[in-house]
Design a protein around this ligand. Sequence first.
Ligand code: KG4
Ligand code: ZN
Length: 374
Amino acid sequence: MQHFVNTPTPVTIEVMIVLGIESSCDETAVGIVKDGEELLANAVFSSMDLHKAYGGVVPEIAARSHIESIIPVLTEALKTAFPYMPEDEAWEQIDAIAVTHGAGLGGSLLVGVMTAKTLAVTKGKPLYAINHVEAHVYANFLTKTSLENYKLPDKQPEFPLLSLIVSGGHSQLVIFRNHFDYTLLGQTRDDAIGEAFDKVAKIIGLPYPGGPSVSKAAMKGDPNKYKLPKARLDNKYEYSFSGPKTAVLRLAQEEIGEDFTFPSFKLAERLSETQVCDIAASFQKIAVETVVDKTVLAFEEFEPKSVVIAGGVAANQELRKQLSDRIPIDVEYTDIKLCTDNGAMIATLGCFKVMNEQEVADPYSLQPQPNLSM
Ligand code: KG4
Ligand code: ZN
């Protein structure tokens, strides 16, 4: 049986515009990118506020929110990229659709994947399936935009390219020899670094998301007040954050004169502001040092021409400071709006898939892959 309305063959055209859809966690996002370098639109709706009361993302709430916001976000992206054009005409400008199919929360991924499949069939566009973690790196390839309030790097990264992807869901160190030719050097064995910040924040009574609140408290604290452990693992590029996180729990219990049976949810009210700030600073120091140590090791082994940082934790000033102190070349950071989850990074990787004649996905059979690895 012939399924396709339009047979999706890879497109090879001179100017190419890709629409990217992202829904793997709590951001519903659509980005539009030209030629893998120019940002035309980056519309994002985050359901983060709905999760605040629970101290972390609730999958069912995130999935419902994607259903409600995916069409308004899509419309906003098309309007931004092609102002004054009717939506049908705007669609004519789009050459391909890219969508995150993993890794992520099953219910959340499903909304983006079903939307992309439907659009690919009804609008007659080729569909590209995107690995979310790989796409984080591609946000750094955006160097041009006429959108206001974006600070982009002057030039695209060069290969070999070392990338540190650090967010609430990921902590990966990857060396790219070229597009689509990369090796995952190491990743976290347990919690992602951002997740560890979020959990530590909860223990010491700081609001969600924990990264910004822990780093704000850390500014007033002494990073050398408490000596927290760094995990030692057989693979020199792997990390673990569960040890330091448990060490924070034990430390907080000790500081208020209680033992390990004292419930963690009652700790925060007994800690003084000084104790909270010192714990935040000591934890931040050890967590950041852990990923920077691995990045420095990889830099020495692979001698990359570029180093890029992707993911929400790239906003952390201590991480930026330690990296610039210890890496002898300039480390690239794109605009923070492109570091956190967004559709533009999906569209950018989509552009490179088109340009490198990578495989097109079947819009009738593409499925979310929650555990997709790199
Ligand atoms: O990339 P992102 O928006 O979403 C995921 O894919 O996870 O990253 C969010 C994560 C959260 O865990 C948040 O606590 C962390 O990034 N984060 C930070 C900072 N800002 C955000 N972590 C440390 N320091 C920050 N300044
Ligand atoms: Zn992400």
